[in-house]
Design a binder for this molecule. Structure first.
Ligand code: HEC
Length: 105
């Protein structure tokens, strides 16, 4: 789906108040900026495609799933040294923006 289509669909959804969870374009671009500032792009790329065989693709993954994984990495419930370190720098709002950004790729 192109950004233009997303904008149209989200506008329609907002107008009808029938759908929730639409990603506003402003949030998506904030997510893109955060992915670069916090360094996710080094391993997951800006487009969500892992930059090496041990780095998972995030593009198109469900946002809610990714948000949950980031919360679990930060707490140590999901154990991974790399992602534990990465998640320490993230607020819940950052996790939400990053998850929705990568889901939209
Ligand atoms: C140094 C490389 C590296 C960086 C930087 C990095 N990651 Fe990861 N990421 C990984 C690896 C490796 C895994 C797989 C870890 C595992 O096996 O649990 C992973 C897993 C994930 C997962 C879970 C994927 C799944 O399918 O369950 C998410 C979500 C994620 N990373 C998001 C991020 C975000 C957001 C950032 C930036 C704040 C980030 N990562 C930065 C290497 C990295």
């Amino acid at each position: 789906m192109t950004l233009g289509h997303r904008i149209v669909l989200c506008t329609l959804a907002a107008a009808s108040l029938m759908l929730s969870g639409c990603d506003r374009p402003a949030d998506i671009s904030r997510g893109a900026a955060l992915a670069q500032e916090t360094g996710c792009v080094a391993c997951h790329g800006l487009n969500g495609r892992g930059t090496g065989p041990t780095f998972p693709n995030l593009n198109g993954q469900h946002a809610h799933y990714m948000f949950e994984q980031l919360v679990k990495y930060r707490s140590g419930e999901r154990v991974n040294v790399i992602m534990y370190e990465q998640a320490q720098q993230l607020s819940r709002s950052d996790m939400d923006l990053l998850s929705r950004y990568y889901a939209a790729q």
